[in-house]
Ligand binder design. Structure first.
Ligand SMILES: Cc1cc2nc3c(=O)[nH]c(=O)nc-3n(C[C@H](O)[C@H](O)[C@H](O)COP(=O)(O)OP(=O)(O)OC[C@H]3O[C@@H](n4cnc5c(N)ncnc54)[C@H](O)[C@@H]3O)c2cc1C
Ligand SMILES: NC(=O)c1ccc[n+]([C@@H]2O[C@H](COP(=O)([O-])OP(=O)(O)OC[C@H]3O[C@@H](n4cnc5c(N)ncnc54)[C@H](OP(=O)(O)O)[C@@H]3O)[C@@H](O)[C@H]2O)c1
Length: 530
């Protein structure tokens, strides 16, 4: 094991793309280790997704699970679920506290990153990451091309910079909208009203958003957090006079704000019930023996949700299990008053697998097998709360088609990232914040910790073949438990097992509790790893 000298560290340039929580954490860890990071951020401030949210958006994760290990929430924030302004202020204050702002170039968009070094063919023949197992490699550099978004001059608005390592913290829930495709003549082009994506709506301030929907017949597409939040906002503005329609393709086991059952899935015992990536015979047998309990626990939570929300009455009971919802990080918090507004009539719930547009609104395909019943919904504004294409954003930042294909992988598999951080065949690059967990801030923090121990030479990665094997094991796990949402690469139901692996790599004891029973049954959270 060879540790880098301080001269060697100082001489290495690290480029970080994005100044959301992942980029801020990467910057802070880089500084702590003595590097000189340069952060590129296309927005004019830190905070990423939290810079453009609805006024009503709050943290869905409770405060203690969404905080920096070395910089806790201020005592002035009393609530368990801070609102978006409080979250944004907290991130700004973190950036100020650790003096990160001077390392960030705002209004600077990274257009591409290009590898200059060995050819694609050489890279494919490597047995070790970077050719020699050194995270900085010994042969290549990355060329980062940036666009100054404030520059008036077209000739001088791009810059090129050479770095030794790139950390991509682009975020997966912003910038690139996932817009459904429609057959020709049945898409938004035939609609006479207005169409927008949730990210455009979220970018409006409260007054403008209110004015936009005021008095309009609004239809929202989607049934996850953005859709629920926009729908409640519209329905509160327009009341029963102009009800807001929400089109749901897949009902979900969404929760109320006070929802203690997620904790059932955050101890080691709950993880024994799952088949794990690369598990041995004993763990495999145990997971099989405990499978009735796994089923029972999921049913228990489903029944509780059915009791607390009128989802049976409105035909919104999901076909999949609560376990799948947890495993795919898809448990959204239902905004207060949502089903009350459904009851009053200011929200109209519609289930439809597919839909198309016509001149005056949308046509719902209520019977997808025979296509014999299309229900027309007249509307003035359609808001697509249909999610984002984070994988596309990640792919597009690479200049080389070879690396683009590598990072994107196959759409029928998860993104092939080892430890959800590095691609075995893309040297000198790490990705932080792509794969999800129930508490994303902490997950990005422990990944940054892991990455900088790796860059520091505290441990080595296994050879490429072993890393690829591990990636496939996780891919199998995600597909088994997350259903069609496997590409979210969520750690939600197996986060302790995942953190165990990071801890073992870093030479830390993965068992963080005191005593056998605490280890087995107490919930694990960020404070266990501080
Ligand atoms: C509205 C909302 C609420 C959420 N609530 C929760 C929650 O309660 N709990 C939870 O755990 N998770 C939540 N999430 C998930 C959220 O994505 C993470 O918690 C976290 O904020 C992501 O941070 P990030 O830094 O990884 O990405 P982002 O916040 O998306 O930041 C990425 C940054 O990279 C910049 N960038 C991207 N491309 C480029 C480029 N080419 N050049 C320069 N800059 C670039 C972007 O401008 C952005 O600032 C929420 C997400 C959304 C959208
Ligand atoms: N803290 C907060 O208050 C808050 C607020 C907003 C967002 N967020 C977070 O931000 C992330 C993104 O959330 P999101 O709601 O924007 O996106 P999302 O979780 O990806 O949900 C997309 C929704 O759109 C639906 N959809 C996609 N394509 C469709 C199509 N062609 N036809 C009909 N429906 C379609 C999906 O249905 P299927 O299920 O059938 O695919 C799903 O209901 C999540 O992690 C979320 O938790 C948090």
């Amino acid at each position: 094991m060879q540790l880098l000298s301080s001269e060697a560290i100082m001489g290495r340039r690290i480029g970080i793309v994005g100044a959301g929580i992942s980029g801020l954490l990467a910057c802070k860890y880089a500084l702590t280790k003595g590097y000189h990071p340069i952060v590129f951020e296309s927005r004019n401030t830190v905070g990423g997704v939290w810079t453009q949210t609805l006024k009503t958006t709050k943290l869905q994760t409770c405060k203690p699970f969404y905080q920096f290990s070395d910089y806790h929430w201020p005592s002035s924030v009393q609530t368990l679920f801070p609102d978006s302004q409080q979250v944004f202020d907290y991130f700004q204050s973190y950036a100020n506290h650790f003096n990160l702002l001077k390392h960030i170039r705002f209004n600077t968009k990274v257009v591409s990153i290009k590898y200059e070094g060995p050819s694609d063919q050489d890279i494919q023949s490597w047995a070790l990451w970077g050719g020699n197992g050194d995270p900085f490699g010994d042969k290549g550099k990355w060329i980062i091309t940036t666009l100054d978004l404030l520059s008036q001059s077209i000739e001088n608005n791009t810059q090129v910079m050479e770095v030794d390592f790139v950390i991509l913290c682009l975020g997966r829930y912003s910038d690139v909208a996932d817009m459904p495709e429609f057959p020709s003549g049945k898409g938004p082009d035939v609609f006479e009203g207005m169409v927008m994506h949730s990210m455009e709506y979220s970018a409006l301030d409260y007054e403008n958003a209110r004015n936009l929907v005021n008095g309009k017949r609004v239809t929202v597409v989607g049934f996850q957090k953005s859709a629920l939040d926009i729908t409640i906002e519209c329905s509160n503005t327009n009341g029963v006079e102009h009800p807001c329609t929400i089109i749901c393709r897949t009902p979900h086991w969404n929760a109320t704000e006070f929802f203690p059952w997620k904790r059932l899935y955050s101890n080691r015992f709950s993880q024994l019930m799952l088949h794990k990536p690369g598990e041995g015979l004993v763990l495999n047998l145990l997971a099989s023996v405990l499978s009735p309990l796994r089923w029972g626990m999921s049913k228990f939570v489903e029944n509780d949700i059915k009791k607390k929300q009128p989802i049976e009455k409105y035909d919104m009971v999901p076909d999949h299990s609560f376990l799948q919802e947890m495993s795919s990080c898809s448990v959204a918090t239902v905004p207060a008053g949502f089903y009350e507004n459904v009851e009053k009539g200011s929200i109209v719930l519609k289930r439809s697998k597919t839909f198309t547009f016509y001149k005056e609104g949308v046509l719902l395909d209520n019977n997808s097998t025979t296509h014999d019943h299309m229900e027309a919904i007249k509307c003035d504004l359609v808001i697509f709360a249909t999610g984002f294409k984070g994988d596309q954003k990640l792919k597009d930042i690479f200049a080389s088609p070879g690396f683009q294909d590598c990072i994107f992988g196959s759409p029928s598999n998860t993104l092939p990232l080892y430890r959800e951080c590095v691609h075995p065949r893309i040297p000198q690059v790490a990705v932080i914040g792509f794969s999800e967990s129930a508490a994303n801030l902490f997950t990005s923090e422990i990944r940054c910790r892991w990455l900088f121990e790796l860059l520091d030479g505290k441990f080595k990665l296994p050879n490429i073949q072993e890393m690829e094997k591990d990636v496939l094991e996780w891919n199998k796990f995600m597909k088994r438990y997350s259903g069609k949402y496997f590409r979210r690469s969520c750690m939600g139901a197996l986060h302790i097992w995942y953190y165990d692996q990071l801890c073992k790599d870093m030479g830390l004891n993965p068992n963080r509790k005191k005593g056998f029973w605490a280890e087995l049954f107490e919930p694990y959270g960020p404070s266990d790893y501080a």
